[in-house]
Design a protein around this ligand. Structure first.
Ligand SMILES: Nc1nc2c(c(=O)[nH]1)N[C@H]1C(S)=C(S)[C@@H](COP(=O)(O)OP(=O)(O)OC[C@H]3O[C@@H](n4cnc5c(=O)[nH]c(N)nc54)[C@H](O)[C@@H]3O)O[C@H]1N2
Ligand SMILES: Nc1nc2c(c(=O)[nH]1)N[C@H]1C(S)=C(S)[C@@H](COP(=O)(O)OP(=O)(O)OC[C@H]3O[C@@H](n4cnc5c(=O)[nH]c(N)nc54)[C@H](O)[C@@H]3O)O[C@H]1N2
Ligand code: SF4
Ligand SMILES: [Mo]
Length: 668
């Protein structure tokens, strides 16, 4: 029998698409877009479509595995759970719960995926990861500036006159925004892309500006100088709704335009063009995640926010500093789900520096690492160090579908369910504000069990079964509690499949910000109170010819590692043969200087690692720039993160993945 069900894409992505999934004889046979979804309107990408192949893949882990004499060997769930719970208990008694590290990321946008926190909190607390490799610097910066990170609704684009896509690879990573941009262009909206790589979004843009990687903050300073000189700034907004404008002026006065042009490698026409776009608003800015993955990444986002603010594009329809949209996730009753008050002990490592912190941990040392919804051995910076750190720990437990780089190193691998094998609701705090219902459609293969089942079984063995004595429906209702007043209940979701959350279409419309002063803060009190520099300032990236000329003489090229087109991070590589070789993309000047042609084997290297691959020349990339898409598996040539740097960004909350210098060599 063939049936079609509405559900959701669970992948960590801007779009959170509505799916229609065909099930035949207990098997998922097709994944398509749901035409009734108000935002995603029936269109989905290959990554979503391929979840069928992922679910049905014969390479899936379907039995619990334990490393015996060096080999991962099938065992029963009872043995796995008894042994893991036993080890957790012993570790807690001898060293305290913080000798266990929970390493995770956000691979699945299901609400119930947050129950991992409930589990570890009820256990009494473990060492947790804070910050985000993904977007931590930008979120923190917008928290300093606005008090939170909110975006305008996708529909608000109809009010814009201009769009600036700043460091966001929209055509590749956010396909429904790309469609909106194409439609906006037809309405006469101008589109400008600022990016060191001439990407598919740049192809549809009216204007394209190539900035030297890591130098966007200085570029924004140049644009603000021009706006101030021309008296084009929004005096009313600045006087009434901001603090610290004089500190901003002091900063702008420290730079000459000549210096800015030399360091950013843009022209004065580029600066004028952007100044004009902002002063002829409403101008909507779509800020990407790329340019905040530098040691000065937080600073970059703050300066872009400041530019958007002084030009009168905050709190107006068609404007906005669109980065994260945290108001979406804030609708759910997370505290009820995660029970953070149950935590007795806690220790925090940053996501970015987890390897270093594991290696240096004392009182207690890390005895166990529990990995869920993440593949740190490929995705966390400086993977050679991550490997060393993970190898140094007695017990590594990985819950996953596949034998990823991380799972291959594990002492226990626990096989889990995919989106189609469990009920949940899905949302993303990145773009739109619809929540999708996802029913269980098929049985999991073999012995694979949901993350929630695993937490419940372990809780039973560890003595806090009471906190897991709820079924999925009850947990979902718990998470939706605060939304009931808005008519959003589990039953309504089951009936309607998708519902809009009660968020603001035009954030900051009332000019009431969530900062300590209630105003937009050029000088952040929140930062000052935390012992950081709240005044606007300019910082350089860590690895550049300006900040470290000696390093740059050994490693002259800037290595980016952007998100792959056909895979969500590492998740689709095993399913797509064409991805199973590293492609090293180089700008034209490097190709000429090193006499490298398309298809030749080359290697890139620095003092952290080496990566081999096949050359591809990018005719219009910024000079001196190299890119290797992130996500590659060890068995197919290894992750680009062997070369990246595991440090925190300026505000302590984000990664500096793209702040990375390398050299390049032709291989025989
Ligand atoms: N296909 C696909 N889509 C995805 C994902 C995926 O893995 N694959 N992942 C999802 C996730 S988790 C995320 S976080 C988002 C990320 O979405 P995006 O932010 O769109 O993607 P990134 O790959 O992080 O890089 C964005 C852009 O930043 C540019 N960039 C790098 N450095 C600089 C700089 O210094 N200045 C400027 N102006 N630009 C710079 C890069 O050239 C790139 O075009 O995508 C989501 N969507
Ligand atoms: N060099 C470089 N590195 C990067 C980036 C970059 O741009 N450049 N981008 C960064 C960004 S933005 C992000 S968000 C991170 C992503 O980092 P990760 O989230 O670690 O990356 P994924 O490859 O998506 O790995 C997630 C793993 O979780 C598993 N998984 C999926 N669903 C479930 C589930 O329901 N339960 C469990 N237990 N497991 C599940 C998948 O099979 C997969 O193995 O990578 C970061 N790393
Ligand atoms: S990966 Fe993103 S664009 Fe693709 S189907 Fe899923 S939510 Fe949609
Ligand atoms: Mo991300």
């Amino acid at each position: 029998m063939k049936q079609v069900f509405k559900t959701s894409c669970p992948l960590n992505c801007w779009d959170n698409c509505g799916f229609e999934v065909t099930v035949e004889n207990g098997k998922v046979t097709k994944v398509e877009g749901d035409k009734d979804h108000p935002i995603t309107k029936g269109k989905i990408c290959g990554r979503g479509r391929m979840l069928e192949g992922k679910t049905n893949s014969t390479e899936r882990v379907t039995t619990p595995l334990k490393r015996v004499n060096g080999v991962l060997t099938e065992i029963s769930w009872n043995q796995a759970l008894d042994e893991i719970a036993g080890k957790m208990q012993v570790i807690k008694q001898e060293f305290g719960g913080t000798a266990i590290l929970h390493s995770h990321d956000y691979a699945n946008s299901g609400l119930l995926k947050n129950l991992d926190k409930r589990f570890f909190n009820c256990f009494g607390g473990v060492t947790e990861l804070v910050g985000s490799i993904c977007w931590g610097s930008g979120i923190e910066s917008q928290t300093w500036d606005f008090g939170d990170s909110y975006s305008h609704s996708p529909e608000d684009l109809k009010n814009s006159r201009h769009v600036i896509v700043w460091g966001r690879n929209v055509a590749r990573t956010n396909m429904h925004l790309f469609q909106e941009l194409q439609a906006a262009k037809k309405r006469g909206v101008t589109i400008t892309v600022i990016d060191p790589i001439f990407n598919a979004t740049a192809k549809i843009a009216h204007n394209y500006i190539s900035v030297k990687p890591g130098m966007d903050g200085l570029f924004a300073i140049g644009v603000m100088k021009q706006i101030i000189t021309n008296h084009q700034y929004d005096k009313h907004f600045i006087e009434n709704y901001t603090v610290g404008f004089h500190d901003l002026l002091d900063l702008l006065n420290q730079f000459s335009m000549d210096d800015i042009l030399i360091k950013t490698e843009v022209s004065i026409q580029d600066i004028d063009l952007i100044a004009n776009k902002y002063c002829d608003g409403p101008t909507s800015t779509f800020i990407g995640l790329g340019m905040q993955r530098y040691a000065n990444g937080g600073n970059t986002i703050r300066l872009i926010d400041a530019l958007i603010a002084i030009s009168g594009n905050i709190g107006v329809p068609g404007g906005g500093a669109n980065f994260g949209n945290l108001q979406v996730g804030q609708q759910f009753s997370m505290n009820e789900l995660t029970l953070s008050n149950k935590k007795q002990l806690s220790r925090q490592f940053t996501m970015m520096e987890q390897a270093e912190e594991i290696l240096n941990a004392k009182n207690p040392e890390i005895k166990m690492i529990f990995v869920t919804c993440g593949n740190p051995l490929g995705q966390v910076p400086n993977t050679n160090k991550v490997r060393e750190a993970f190898e140094s720990v007695e017990t590594l437990i990985v819950v996953d579908h596949f034998l990823t780089d991380t799972a291959e190193l594990a002492d226990y691998v626990l096989p889990t369910t995919t989106v189609f094998e469990e009920e949940d609701i899905y949302y993303s705090s990145m773009y739109h504000h619809y929540v999708n219902y996802g029913p269980k459609l098929v049985e999991a293969p073999g012995m694979a069990k949901s993350d929630l089942w695993i937490w419940t079984q372990l809780a039973n063995r560890l003595g806090f079964q009471k906190e897991f004595a709820y079924n999925r429906g009850e947990f979902l209702e718990m998470g939706l509690m605060r939304l009931n007043d808005f008519g959003i209940t589990l039953n309504e979701l089951i009936t309607n499949k998708r519902l809009p959350l009660p968020v603001q279409d035009t954030p900051w419309k009332e000019r009431q910000f969530k900062t300590p002063s209630g105003k937009f803060e050029f000088t952040s009190e929140y930062a000052n109170k935390r012992g950081m520099i709240g005044k606007p300032q300019y910082l350089l990236p860590k690895e550049s010819k300006f900040s470290d000329p000696v390093l740059a003489s050994y490693y002259p090229y800037q290595l980016l590692s952007i998100h792959p087109l056909r895979s969500n991070h590492s998740q689709h590589y095993p399913l797509i043969e064409g991805l199973q070789t590293n492609k090293i993309e180089i700008s034209n000047d490097i190709a000429l200087e090193k006499e490298i042609r398309d298809g030749e084997r080359i290697k890139i290297y620095n003092n952290r690692g080496t990566l081999e691959g096949v050359a591809k020349v990018l005719p219009r990339a910024h000079k001196g720039t190299i890119n290797v898409d992130e996500g590659q598996w060890r068995r197919f040539g290894g992750s680009v993160n062997q070369l990246t740097l595991d440090e925190n960004s300026d505000n302590g909350k984000g990664s500096i993945l793209y702040d990375c210098l390398v050299n390049i060599e032709k291989l025989e």
